[in-house]
Write a protein that binds this ligand. Structure first.
Ligand SMILES: C[S@@+](CC[C@H](N)C(=O)[O-])C[C@H]1O[C@@H](n2cnc3c(N)ncnc32)[C@H](O)[C@@H]1O
Length: 232
């Protein structure tokens, strides 16, 4: 079983998931960027509902929040966050980490703007700017794409929410170790939360071992559970 992050440039294809939305599959790993049960459904459920909206429900007085996405990938979670932030505007400072950016041809084939019925200009804005340069997608939404490896992320007490969206521990076990979650714990402000689609027992215990309080929540369609970890 390949488990080196650098192997992700292996043969890739675009596949359609159960809710009609598309994702990228890494053939040799039999691993996708999103759930085959529904890419859009999973992204909305795990990151927007259980992450973004839950945090703002818990702390409704926040006027500005910082979000860290581990695994920027196709930009789907970013686009959904941009759209959500337009419903109830709040200042957002969004950092997307990825060492292996997705190619433009693949992004076009995913057709996310038409899937979401939104202006292609939002999706283009997310992808067109250079990595490592912060820019405003909207007056209230700042994006910084950081081309860095997960193991080197050592921000301190800066983020309110982490979308933890690495490939699964079956193919990249090194990205689900306690040492990574220790860095995530340090990167969050007090009361910050981390959400992930993964519900594996060893991952939950690794989170707990570094101080997170972890909830097992019902998962998105097709998955029994997901995890939300809080720094409280
Ligand atoms: C499950 S995909 C992320 C899906 C993404 N959130 C989206 O909405 O499309 C995992 C991402 O992690 C990135 N990745 C894999 N290994 C990495 C590493 N060691 N450091 C940084 N990024 C890595 C991959 O390039 C891939 O984009």
């Amino acid at each position: 079983m390949p488990n080196k992050s650098t192997d992700i440039n292996l043969k890739r294809s675009i596949v359609t998931t159960s809710d009609g939305s598309k994702t990228i599959k890494i053939e040799a790993w039999n691993e996708q960027y999103h759930s085959l049960h529904g890419a859009l459904q999973e992204a909305r459920y795990v990151y927007i509902e259980a992450g973004y909206k839950t945090y703002l429900n818990r702390y409704p007085d926040q006027t500005s929040i910082s979000i860290l996405e581990m695994g920027f990938g196709t930009g789907l979670n970013t686009l959904l966050t941009v759209l959500e932030s337009m419903i109830k505007p709040i200042e957002i400072n969004y950092h997307g980490i990825d060492a292996y950016p997705v190619k433009v041809k693949e992004l076009e084939a995913l057709q996310y703007p038409s899937l979401l019925g939104c202006e292609p200009s939002f999706f283009n804005a997310i992808h067109k700017e250079n990595w490592g340069e912060e820019y405003k997608i909207l007056p209230h939404f700042k994006l910084l794409k950081r081309r860095e490896v997960f193991t080197k992320i050592k921000d301190l007490s800066f983020f309110d929410i982490i979308y933890f969206d690495a490939f699964g521990p079956r193919v990249q076990p090194e990205l689900w170790e306690a040492s990574i979650f220790e860095n995530m714990f340090q990167a969050l402000k007090p009361n910050g939360i981390l959400v992930t689609y993964c519900a594996k027992g060893s991952v939950r215990r690794n989170m707990q071992s570094v101080g997170f309080k972890v909830e097992r929540l019902p998962g998105p369609p097709g998955k029994r559970e997901m995890l939300r970890a809080s720094k409280i």
